[in-house]
Each structure stands twice: as C-alpha cells, then as structure tokens.
Design a protein around this ligand. Structure first.
Ligand code: ATP
Ligand code: MG
Length: 468
C-alpha cells in the first residue's frame, strides 16, 4: 500500500487524506464488481467485493470498512429492491457510522429515496459516471472520517468523565489486558461475551462497556436467563401479544424491544434452553423479531453483551449450547481472572467496600489493621469480589472501633486441602499425610504406619503430638 507521503498529488490533495480507505463493494454481477474494482484501485483504496447480502454481513463482522458501495437489486428479487433495502437496515443496525452509498437501476429514483430515508448517505444510478461516483465516495469518506473521529473522542471523554460508569477497580497486572480490551471494544458495536467465575465482576464489566458506548444515553436492559422457565423466558425476552396464551391478558413488550437502540445484557447465557437459543440466534442474525402470538415483524437495534461462568466451549461440545449462537455472541470475549490471581487488587477493593459500607451504616471506620489486611490477602476468595464485598460489609457491622480487626472479618482459616504444598509447613504436611493414610486404611494403625514408612510406635507418638 502507498503511504500518504509518496502518493501523487491530485485534486488539491484530497486523495491523500482518504487513500488506503477500505471499500466494500456488494453487487451480484461479476462484471460490475470487476469494473468497480478497477476504478477504485486507481484511487489507492483497498477493495473487497462480495456478491450477495449474506456475504456483506459476514464481511462486516470480520473486517472493518470505511465505506460500503451497495447494489440494491439482487438476483432473487430484481425489481423491487426490497432485499437490498432490508439489507441496508441490517447494516445500519450493525454499524450506523459506516457510510453506505447505494446503487440503483436507472430510473428507480423512488428506491433511492427510500434508501436515503433508511440511512444511506448518497446514491448513484447505473450506469454510473466514473468521476461522479469517485467524488461521492471521496466526500463520504471525508465526512465519515470526521464523524468517526469525533465519536472516538467522545468515547474517550466519556471514559475520562466516568459518566454513568460503575466503579471498576483493576490495578493488578492481570487486569491490564482486560482494561485495554474493554477500552477498545466498549465504544464499538461488537457483541461481547464476558466469562469468569462467580462474583468476578462480569456485570460491572457489562455496565462499563455500555457506559463507554455511544448507546450510553440509552438503557442497558438485563435479562437474567438463569432459572426462567422456558415459556416465561420467551415472552420475557421477545414479548407477547394479548391472547397469545391463556395468561396473556395484555400485550407485553419484551426485553429486546425495551433495549431498542441500547444494550441488552444476557446474564447467565449458558442457561438459555436449546429451543430458545434457536430463536435468539434468528433475532441476532436478522435484527427482526415477532412477539409470541404475533406475526408482525419488529426491527430491533440492540447491542448484545452476555455473560457466563460456564465453559461455553464445553457446553457446545456437549451439544447443550449452539455453536452458531456462541459465534454470534463472542465476537469479542472478555475473560475475568479470579480474585486469587489478582491479589494486588484486594486491598483496593476492600477499602472501596469499606468506605461504601461505613457510609451506608453510618459508622466511623476508616481502615483495616495489619492483621486484618493479612487475613484478606491470605484468603483464597472462592467467591471472588462478591465474597470480599460481603466479608467487608459484615466486618463493618461487627467492628467496635474505627479500625477493622481480623476477628471482625470472620474469615475461617484456610482449610489445608485448599493450600498448595509449597504454602504448608512441614508439620502441616505431616498431619495431612497421616490423616490421609488413616482414612485410606480405615483407622488401622499398623497398615497406616506401614504405608507411611514409620514404625507403629513412631506413628503413635505423632498422633499424640498432633492430637489426632
Ligand atoms: N473490579 C471491581 N471493582 C469494584 N467493584 C467490583 C469489581 N468487580 C466486582 N465488583 C463488585 O462485586 C460484586 C460482584 O460483582 P458482579 O455482580 O459484577 O459479579 P458477577 O461476575 O456478575 O457475579 P455472578 O457470576 O455471581 O453473577 C458487585 O457488588 C460489584 O459491584
Ligand atoms: Mg452476574
């Protein structure tokens, strides 16, 4: 590819500004694709061509484009342009900032007008005039560059202003890649799957992603898919109309519609029943849904963020989760490490919760004493940040002075079986081995002693010493 510097000067330097732009051309006629490719190559654009509506969507999913040149008439339906118009709406739903220039057959002005109404930036009629087409493309590229740049700035500002953003504490090394990833994908339209153990902060990440997006001024609507019976799930998510089933006395707007132009957060996605997964997939693919009991199609424009603590790859291998749905959901995957792998964050999180609960319960507590901090750092936190949150809340309620003590935390000393060998003392290892040997031989001292390579009396002495 040419660099900006070594491009020939042309048209008062306009060309250089948009050189290298990525152009997607969609037309079902090979000769038209070829003609456009030749024309655009001369302008130093990078060109990708596709032949049908489905390929447009998949190309957009895997690559970034700066502009789309879209034919409205496809082989299946050459006259009305319906297919092309529907496609246009879908493209807008995926990326409303991508400028689209539509191409229509000569004389179909009405179609062009309808396309503009649906968000196309300009149109050309076939056969096109090369110079006019190039100038339209250049203008739209320049306009959208400015627009996209300002949107990016806005997203960065939002991050700085932290408007509507939940507190997200993540100073540890293992959280840095996570932070970088969410800063990058937050402002996009990409569907994001958040994975991680219970209580690692998946919902916090979902809220952050939403707050960073241009949809931040709209709602983030949550569906907790866990534990909803199948029938309820369907009307909860997709809505229903009066009379759709016995209890449907009124119309009901589903969560998808409530999230219109905003974000839909599908929590515990692994629990969606298989039959509903198919329906969910259809809506995600087409951006269209019908409420239960209705045949009217509703267009929805939502960005989907989902979360799970299950291993979805395993679930798909076991045929409990549709692979095609997984591919729709995990355009980007954000994995949250468990708290035990980011211990540096423990004191910060603990202080954050301490301030929060001290204020809520109106207690003058400002810190943890040294032993309490050590206990916090030493605990394995199988319940992750949520467990820490609860432990600190309890300690604030228990504390009698202005400092939280270890005893206020009520953390049970760690069970030896949860510790790694290198963390144990020699005595702890001995105790653990003796207990295991006794259990294996159902308390038979001779056999246990044999297995441990000790004499009976040596084992007895140790049992006495450790009070076993
Ligand atoms: N990085 C963080 N900074 C501040 N607070 C956090 C952070 N991560 C989690 N929390 C807090 O911890 C609690 C649990 O987080 P959250 O509900 O997001 O976890 P989760 O992964 O969705 O859990 P579950 O799997 O049980 O649904 C919440 O109160 C949340 O505010
Ligand atoms: Mg959650």
């Amino acid at each position: 590819m040419s660099t900006v510097e070594n491009l020939p000067a042309q048209g008062a330097g306009r060309k250089s500004e948009v050189a290298g732009s990525r152009v997607l051309v969609a037309d079902d006629q090979p000769d038209i694709r070829e003609a456009l490719r030749l024309l655009l190559k001369g302008e130093d654009y990078r060109i990708e061509t596709v032949a049908n509506p489905g390929a447009v969507l998949s190309a957009m999913e895997t690559q970034d484009f700066d502009i789309l040149l879209l034919d409205l008439n496809y082989a299946r339906d050459t006259t009305s342009g319906r297919e092309g118009l529907d496609l246009l709406s879908r493209i807008q739903a995926i990326d409303s900032t991508l400028p689209v220039i539509v191409m229509t057959a000569w004389g179909s002005v009405e179609l062009a007008v309808e396309a503009m109404r649906r968000g196309a930036k300009d149109f050309v009629q076939k056969p096109w005039e090369n110079q006019r087409l190039l100038s339209i493309i250049r203008t739209q590229l320049e306009l959208s560059r400015a627009l996209r740049r300002s949107e990016r700035l806005e997203a960065e500002n939002r991050l700085l202003r932290a408007q509507g953003r939940p507190t997200l504490i993540a100073e540890s090394t293992s959280m840095q890649p996570v932070l970088q990833l969410i800063a990058r994908v937050g402002p996009s339209e990409a569907n994001v799957l958040i994975t991680g153990e219970h209580g690692t902060g998946k919902e916090v990440i979902a809220q952050t992603l939403h707050a960073l997006s241009p949809r931040a001024h709209r709602a983030m609507v949550t569906v907790n898919t866990g534990g909803l019976p199948e029938g309820i799930f369907e009307s909860e998510v997709f809505g229903h109309v009066k009379g759709a089933f016995t209890d449907a006395r009124t119309d009901r707007v589903g969560r998808f519609e409530l999230a219109q132009h905003g974000t839909l957060f599908l929590d515990e996605i692994a629990n969606v029943p298989l039959s509903q997964q198919a329906k969910l997939l259809r809506v995600l693919q087409t951006g269209e849904l019908q409420r239960v009991g209705s045949s009217r199609t509703i267009m929805v424009d939502v960005r989907v963020i989902s979360a799970t603590n299950a291993n979805l790859q395993q679930e798909t291998a076991d045929k409990r989760f549709r692979e095609d749905l997984l591919f729709r959901l995990n355009t980007v995957e954000v994995h949250l490490p468990p708290l035990r792998e980011r211990r540096e964050d423990i004191p910060l999180l603990a202080m954050h919760f301490l301030r929060q609960y001290a204020q809520r319960y109106r207690k003058e507590i400002h810190s943890f004493d040294q032993a309490a901090l050590s206990a916090l750092l030493d605990h394995p936190w199988p319940g992750n940040v949520r467990e820490l949150d609860h432990a600190v809340e309890r300690s604030v309620l228990m504390a009698r002075e202005d400092t939280v003590r270890a005893s206020d935390l009520g953390l049970r000393p760690r069970d030896i079986s949860q510790k790694g060998l290198e963390e144990l003392s020699l005595e702890e290892v001995e105790v653990s081995l003796i207990k295991k040997a006794l259990a294996r031989y159902s308390g038979n001292i001779s056999q246990a002693a044999d297995a441990l390579g000790l004499s009976r009396s040596a084992l007895y002495r140790r049992l006495q010493k450790y009070g076993l």
